[in-house]
Design a protein around this ligand. Structure first.
Ligand code: 48F
Length: 260
């Protein structure tokens, strides 16, 4: 029997291509931490603008909180003021008959269409990588990249030194914990930042202020999605995702303007 490939070909193909890409992505325009709704939206619009965009996701899947829907029901809602983003990514929806300002979509459709749009636009999404720290520079003080580790390493309780990725901008899209800003706040006192945590539920108000507050937190470090709520103590909004999409697009616009 003629054999088309050998086990060593499989290994070489994976290792060679991974190494080539990791070298290429050791310095990028933007690192996005978290492949949830806000991070993927930011990735889509940044890549569309031609920015070299790398999304790092701790888990082995994308979508973050989208998959859980509302209390595990497989629908989520989006206010119609974010309809153009659904159209941009080709995500289908229904208008809710009880209130036409509310659009309804499937969790699986939204997560896959967001991921698909980001990848088609040219963003690279890597799974199983956790951001454990930031890189900084002084005079002027600035965040200039991230420190990464395989997610499996801390789970195994091992001490393994990390690797680093330089970038012109870092986006904290880690959701309710605002992990990246929290770490930078704890370790770099000179930043004088604070992460208070989100406020209780007020859906409409939460949506509005979250988009308003989306932007640069300290030089080089930006926040989008629920990370913004955690940083500024804004009301949570539950399984309505319009502000996640609008926040992702807004941070992409700000960064596209700020970096060359
Ligand atoms: O939690 P997540 O979906 O954040 P989001 O984009 O969306 C929030 C909504 O899901 C929902 C809501 C909407 O109204 O309230 O909760 O703000 O996605 C965050 C992603 O970041 C990953 C995490 O696994 C998830 O997929 N993540 C968190 N910390 C890290 C990380 C880290 N340190 N390194 C890499 N990935």
């Amino acid at each position: 029997m003629e054999e088309f490939f050998d086990e060593s070909d499989i290994t070489r193909a994976i290792v060679e291509e991974t190494a080539k890409e990791l070298v290429d992505f050791s310095e990028v325009d933007v690192v996005i931490v978290g492949a949830g709704s806000s991070g993927l939206t930011a990735a889509f619009y940044l890549a569309k603008k031609g920015k070299k965009t790398l999304v790092l996701e701790r888990r082995l899947s994308l979508g973050g909180g989208i998959g859980g829907g509302g209390m595990l029901f497989h629908k989520i809602v989006i206010a119609d003021y974010a309809k153009d983003i659904l159209d941009d990514i080709g995500c289908k929806y229904l208008k809710y008959k009880g209130n036409e300002n509310i659009l309804i979509t499937d969790t699986s459709e939204l997560m896959l269409k967001l991921g698909n749009a980001a990848i088609n636009a040219g963003a690279k999404i890597l799974f199983g990588i956790s951001v454990e720290d930031v890189i900084f520079r002084e005079n002027p003080l600035r965040i200039s990249g991230v420190v990464i580790q395989w997610s499996a390493v801390p789970l195994a309780g091992l001490h393994v030194d990390p690797l680093m990725i330089k970038s012109k901008a870092v986006i904290d899209a880690t959701g309710h914990d605002a992990e990246v800003v929290r770490i930078a706040t704890k370790k770099i006192k000179e930043l004088k930042t604070n992460v208070i945590g989100e406020k209780s539920m007020y859906s409409y108000k939460g949506e509005k202020i979250l988009v308003e507050k989306t932007g640069e937190v300290v030089p080089g470090l930006y926040a989008t999605g629920m990370a913004v709520a955690a940083i500024y103590n804004l009301p949570r909004m539950g399984p309505i995702f319009s502000s996640m999409l609008l926040s992702g697009r807004k941070v992409a616009e700000i960064i596209s303007h700020n970096i060359k």
